[in-house]
Write a protein that binds this ligand. Structure first.
Ligand SMILES: [Zn+2]
Length: 176
C-alpha cells in the first residue's frame, strides 16, 4: 500500500496511539512503558529492531539498496510538572506526537513493501529533556553511516497545515 494511503487509512489508530503515548508519559531515562508500546507496534510490522541494556532507546531499520542511512528521530520522554495541582510526568513538549509521527512513518513505509534506495533508520531517543539521550544514542551507534538525519518537533507558534512540515534549523544550531 502507498505510505500516504496507509496514513489516511490508519488515522484512527494513529490518533489512538498518540493518546496512548500521551497517557503513558514518563520522565527522562524512565520511558519503559513508552518504549514497550512503540516496540510492540514495530515488532508487529516486522521491522528490525535494536534495543539497549542501559536505557529504553530504540533503533528500527528498513533496509535499503545501499548501506547509506537516512535517519528520522523522535524523542520519548515527558516533562515533570504541575498539572491541575498534581506534580506528574506530562507531555507538554509534544514528544508523544513526535513518537507517533516517527512510528507511523515507519509503519507506513514497512507496509508499502518499498525497498528504499538508502536504509531508513528510525531513532526513538530517551532523555531529550535532560540533554543526555542524544549523546547516549550516538554512543550506541545511532548515527553510524547516517548521511541525512531528520528530527521532528512540534512548534505551535509556527503552525503548518495538515500533512505539511516546515524545515527549521533553529533547534539544532549551537548558541551564537
Ligand atoms: Zn521537546
Amino acid at each position: 500500500m502507498d505510505p500516504i494511503q496507509y496514513i489516511d487509512q490508519h488515522q484512527e489508530s494513529l490518533i489512538k496511539s498518540y493518546h496512548d503515548l500521551h497517557s503513558l508519559a514518563e520522565p527522562s531515562w524512565q520511558e519503559e512503558r513508552t518504549s514497550c508500546y512503540i516496540l510492540k507496534c514495530l515488532r508487529e510490522a516486522g521491522i528490525s529492531l535494536k534495543t539497549f541494556q542501559s536505557h529504553y532507546g530504540i533503533i528500527a531499520e528498513i533496509p535499503g539498496i545501499s548501506k547509506k542511512v537516512v535517519a528520522l528521530r523522535a524523542d520519548m520522554d515527558a516533562l515533570v510538572q504541575e498539572v491541575d495541582g498534581v506534580v506528574k510526568p506530562n507531555h507538554s513538549c509534544g514528544h508523544d506526537a513526535h513518537s507517533t509521527m516517527v512510528l507511523y512513518t515507519a509503519l507506513a513505509i514497512a507496509s508499502s513493501g518499498i525497498r528504499p534506495k538508502h536504509t531508513l533508520r528510525f531513532i526513538f531517543q530517551p532523555a531529550e529533556e535532560k540533554g543526555e539521550g542524544a549523546l547516549q544514542m550516538i554512543n550506541d551507534g545511532a548515527l553510524e553511516n547516517v548521511t541525512y538525519l531528520f528530527g521532528v518537533h512540534v512548534r505551535p507558534s509556527t503552525e503548518v497545515p495538515y500533512m505539511k512540515a516546515s524545515p527549521s534549523l533553529s533547534m539544532a544550531q549551537p548558541k551564537q
